[in-house]
Ligand binder design. Structure first.
Ligand SMILES: [Zn+2]
Length: 174
């Protein structure tokens, strides 16, 4: 998607990929029990991000994320997502989520069930099978559960973003 959009003159970057349940809960609190605007309707375990099946993309202008980009730019992201067989949050009726793109593989309920049974590997194996990928999402991000503070946590997040970007690129090749 990133390369596809770049070819059309729209620079986008993956700004978020895998999120832990705790990170999701913190995000859910925004605009409810902590300051800021509401940014999600999903608690920990209720978002495709928690299972490594979603990324958020943002248009970039002069190397800076442009969250206020014109609707036409977001629509181009949506069109590119659709062309790759991905679901775009900009089409959601209940909660418009323009940066959000996800694999249409499974409901979060099913993700949660498989996660309970076998962790992220089980989720990715099932998702890969559902969308017809022969190789599992082996490049998918891994959660590092130990030492989740400071730089370690940051590097884990970076890996998550890179993994998600790789998956988007991998998808594009198909
Ligand atoms: Zn998202």
């Amino acid at each position: 998607m990133v390369a596809d959009l770049a070819a059309q003159g729209t620079v986008v970057e993956v700004v978020q990929g895998l999120r832990t349940f705790a990170e999701q809960d913190a995000l859910y609190a925004k605009g409810r029990t902590t300051p800021g605007a509401i940014v999600t309707q999903a608690r920990g375990g209720e978002s495709n991000h928690n299972f490594g099946l979603a990324v958020d993309l943002c248009p970039f202008t002069s190397d800076k994320p442009d969250w206020n980009a014109p609707m036409a730019v977001w629509a181009a992201i949506g069109a590119s997502a659709a062309a790759q067989g991905l679901e775009w949050g900009g089409q959601w009726k209940k909660f418009l989520d323009k940066p959000h793109v996800q694999l249409p593989a499974m409901t979060v309920k099913e993700c949660a069930r498989r996660y309970q049974a076998g962790g992220l590997d089980a989720v990715w194996a099932a998702a890969s099978q559902k969308i017809g990928w022969t190789e599992a999402l082996s490049a998918a991000p891994r959660l590092v559960q130990k030492r989740r503070t400071g730089r370690k946590a940051a590097s884990r997040k970076t890996r998550g973003r890179k993994g998600a970007a790789r998956r988007v690129r991998a998808r594009r090749r198909r």
